[in-house]
Design a protein around this ligand. Structure first.
Ligand code: BG6
Length: 444
């Protein structure tokens, strides 16, 4: 009796077929042990014990566990750095995730197999280095990421003609306007590019969030290039917008993207990879700055033969080459910025202001504060302050402004005076020569 109970116990325990290697070897050992004990039972003529009522209940339980085990067997093992690459015709697949395994189910409910790719830079992903979290690591990776975006696309002075692929020059030469569609941070990158495209390249540009674009009727001007921007290349609204655009008579589609072989990359006519490296943090950081560098390459490429002469191109490319180093120097300020923003910690609201190209930068600042700190934040073009939001400003409201020394500086300063007059707490990111000084209520 004793021996047969052990046998059934072993079989029941090991019944479910698991796929994790450790589970698997344990299963094999216990099955062997069970067979051995069964042999001993047979020799000791105890086999009749196996047809008693409690034993039958054990068998039922065993069969149930086996069936469950067989279901598990449909699953396959998934390593920490593996990812599934699904093709367009595989849309609608579901992934059932377990501890160390997964199972793919297609739209018909059938278990299916799909191609598995392994992320090459596994070490980079698995290791946060000395950083507290991935987002911080990714912020500090910006200088290298920017170098990677520029590499192979610019010579010392010019953007290479085929930076956007061999089909690009023919498409760009026909392009008369650009329609940029994206979500979140990528949308803000697009808003910044609008200023550059119209000012430098003389190309008409409109920018729209994908979740709006995809549900409205849109007039498409002749020879319009449809541009999507996406870190992941998988954002559902952006992808749906591209599908809509493909039926709407655009000249061609271009995606600026960080993930090779993503859905957007596969579905677009032209692809510019930002090569920022994997971005694990949910909030976009290095992806954003590399998108901006990529968009500058686009402005320059489209500006040729239009608003942008060779001299201006040279200036812009030289500035692009300096970008990684400038970014590195800016990151050196992180300790000082942390100290300056201590009074910010208890705040419940914040207002970001900017003018011109710094307005979308302010939008991005407000988005980051909301997404990361759960602090309510708004962004306004500084000139719009007087049309309502000024009423919200008092000594509890921190106001963050971006103040480069450019043609709009004096306008911005007069807006910031209005903030000071209402007792708002100003935090200004300014150029050295922009003429701002620390004073009560103003931190520069
Ligand atoms: C959001 C993220 O969910 O998706 C944002 O929180 C991101 O940070 C946005 O900008 C769009 O993502 P993607 O991959 O299309 O750039």
């Amino acid at each position: 009796m004793f021996v047969s109970t052990i046998v059934v116990g072993c079989i029941t325990f090991t019944g479910p077929c698991k796929v994790h290697p450790v589970e698997y070897s344990r299963t094999v050992v216990f099955y062997l042990l069970a067979i051995l004990l069964l042999c001993i039972c047979a020799l000791r003529k105890e086999l009749n014990m196996f047809i008693s009522l409690p034993m039958i209940l054990f068998y039922v339980l065993y069969v149930c566990l086996i069936v469950k085990g067989q279901l598990d067997c449909g699953a396959a093992e998934l390593g920490e750095t593996d990812y599934l690459r699904l093709n367009k015709d595989e849309e609608g697949d579901l992934v059932e995730l377990r501890d160390a395994s997964y199972r793919l189910i297609d739209v018909l409910g059938e278990t299916v197999e799909r191609e598995i790719a392994t992320i090459s830079s596994a070490d980079e992903i698995a290791d946060k280095g000395n950083y507290e979290h991935y987002m911080l690591k990714e912020i500090f990776e910006q200088p290298e990421a920017l170098k990677a975006t520029l590499q192979g696309r610019v010579s010392e002075k010019y953007v290479l003609p085929e930076a956007f692929g061999i089909k690009a020059p023919a498409i760009f030469s026909k392009t008369e306007s650009v329609h940029i569609v994206a979500c979140g941070t990528s949308y803000h990158a697009g808003l910044i590019a609008k200023y550059w495209l119209e000012e430098w390249a003389g190309v008409l540009c409109q920018v729209e969030v994908a979740s709006e674009y995809r549900y409205r009727a849109c007039v498409v001007p002749k020879n319009t290039l449809f541009v999507t921007i996406s870190q992941s290349g998988e954002t559902a609204d952006t992808l749906a917008a591209l599908q809509t655009a493909k039926k709407s008579g655009y000249l061609a589609s271009l995606v600026i993207c960080n993930v090779a072989n993503s859905s957007l990359a596969r579905a677009s006519d032209l692809v510019l990879m930002t090569h920022a490296g994997p971005e694990i943090g949910v909030a976009s950081t290095k992806a954003f700055t590399t998108q901006l560098a990529a968009l500058q390459l686009l402005c320059i490429s489209l500006g040729r033969g239009r608003g942008l002469d060779r001299k201006k191109e040279q200036q812009l490319v030289e500035a692009l080459h300096q970008l990684p180093e400038l970014c590195r120097k800016t990151l050196e300020l992180s300790g000082a910025i942390e100290k300056i923003f201590q009074p910010f910690v208890d705040k419940k609201h914040a207002l970001f202001l900017g003018r011109g190209v710094q307005f979308p930068v302010a939008l991005e600042g407000a988005l980051k504060l909301k997404e990361i700190s759960y602090v309510h934040a708004e962004a306004y073009p500084a000139g719009e302050l007087k049309h309502g939001p000024l009423a919200l400003i008092d000594n509890k409201m921190p106001v963050i402004a971006v103040a480069p020394n450019n043609a709009l500086l004096e306008k911005l300063k007069s807006n910031l005076q209005e903030v000071k007059a209402r007792g708002g707490q100003l935090f200004v990111f300014a150029d050295h020569d922009a003429g701002f000084e620390n004073e009560p209520g103003v931190t520069v």
